[in-house]
Structures are given as C-alpha cells and as structure tokens.
Design a protein around this ligand. Sequence first.
Ligand code: 13P
Length: 338
Amino acid sequence: MSLEEIAKKMCAKGRGILAADESTGTMEKRLKSVGIESTEKTRLNFRETLFQSKAMKEFIGGVILFDETLRQKSSNGISIPDLISKNNSIPGIKVDKGAKLLAGSNEEKITEGLDGLRERLMEYNKLGAKFTKWRAVYSIGKNHPSTQCIKSNAHALARYAALVQEADMVPIVEPEVLMDGDHDINTCYKVTTNVLNECYNELELHKVDLKGTVLKPNMILPGSECKKKSNKEEIAKMTLECLKKNVPSMVPGIAFLSGGQTEIEASRNLNQINLINDTNFLITFSYGRALQQSALKTWSKDTKNVSKVQEVFNHRAKMNGLSSKGAWSENLEKEIAA
Ligand code: 13P
C-alpha cells in the first residue's frame, strides 16, 4: 500500500484511530485513578481486551501503540501488531520522547526524540508499524504560546515527518493546543491558526509529501475554565473554518484528539463537524481518553469480565464511527443501557 492509501485507510469513513499509546508514566496515572496497579501485565491485559474486541474490525482503522506494547505478545501467542492487523486495523507507534521544558522559556514545552530516530524507525517498521505519531503541545496563557515555542515545535514535527516518510511510514502530525485555561474560543481559533500555519510552512520546507500524512489537531474550543461556553454548532463551524483556511487540501485525513472533552462531547462535536463538512478531508477521531475512559472503569471493577469491558468499548467505538459519518445522535447513546 502507498502512504496515501494507508493514510486513507486509517481515516476511512465510519472508522477512526484508537490512541492507546500512553507512556508508562501516563498509563500508571490512568490505572491508579481506577485503583489498579500498573505493571507490564496489567497494561497489556487492558489493552489486549480492547484489541480483541469486535469494534476493531468495524470502527478502528488504526491503533497507536507505545514502544512497550509494540513488542508484546497477546495471550494467544501472536504479536500485538499482528493481532491488530488480523483484525483489519493498522498498527502504529508513538515515536516522540515526550514534551520537555523549552530552554529559554519558563513554562513552555518542546517535544524531544529526534536523535537516533532514523534507526528507531527502521526497527519499528520491522516490528510491523505502518504509521507513527509525534505530539507537540502548546499552552495558552498571557504570553504564550511564544513564537519560539511555535517555531521550534513546528521544526521538530517537520523533521520527524520527513524521517518517517523516508522509512516508508505515514506520520501523524499532532500539534495540540491545550484546553487548559480561561481563554475564549476565539483565542483558541487564533492560536491554532498560527500553530497550523507554522507547521505546514515547515512541512513544506522539509519536503514532506502531505498526501502521505494525517493531521491530528485539537478542536476549536473555549478553555476549560472559560465562563462563556460554546454550543456544538459554534464549535463545529469554527473548527471546520480553521481547518479549511490552514490545512492544505492535499492532506487526506484529519483525526482529532479528544484533549479532555468527555466521551459524549467528543462524539457530539465530531458528529457536528461531519454534518457540515463540505471539504474532501476525511474527518474522524484519534481519541485516547474519549474512547477508553468508560471501558477502563468497567475493567477496573472486574478485570476478568472481558465481554462486559468489550461491550462498553464496542459502544464507544461505534458511536465515534457514526460521528465520523455525521450519523450519530444522542438517542443512540441509550443503546448501551438497553
Ligand atoms: P486524548 O484523546 O486523550 O487527548 O489523547 C489523544 C492523544 O493521543 C494525545 O497525544
């Protein structure tokens, strides 16, 4: 398959991406929050329960894994990437080394991981990864994101993406403008515009073939502490407008992160965006928390009750699959209760 075909399959209508690439530290936090000890085995158990679910074949076009999981074997002996491929989904890998304090700025972050990346990519490819992810983060505050932060992260994202295409994989480019803060939706729109513009300037400079990439952006939302809430119509309109103005039309797929929205908010907003989508972009989800939260809670109550956990995950994946086609409705959420 060409890179463009892989990108399109990851984001195909009715399907999206499961972001199960939490680092060991983040996974520890998630497991601790539901009272489960984080060990190599518990991390694998939970993730494998999702990867074995019925939802994978129908609604999950790709799974982003963490280094540890890419190397693990499922309980029936096959490797995790093979299990995902067998379920008609595409395995991918997070390759950045996390966001660290940006020197010269007190509070902003730069994503690290370029050193030795070419060699790591060759290994990941051999282990079965067909795509990769790199996440840059930008916080909104009085004096940030600074030009320094926007430029340095865009540069790193572009160098990453160029190396990934050289290794014959699809780079997911993830510039995440964080929801934290009391800024309004217009500020999020402006900051995301600046961030996306700089990213595409750098991607072009580094000769990245945009047809073989997927963008993973934030939706345009008011800050989580903002007093003025926005409805789904406003969020969808501003998000689509921002993408139309700042993302080159050659990009085949756009898969949103959930970024702290609740499961229902993330499905509702994605659905609304697709209802008014008049572009050729395949617009879908690449959710972590908004796909796994309820399943994780259910699992923590009885880790042996695989079918119940899978039922909860199947429902969430189905709802988001419908949202990627603009076919979701609040009523369908009741299905799980029935
Ligand atoms: P959330 O959907 O939980 O924001 O995670 C997506 C992701 O992969 C962040 O890098």
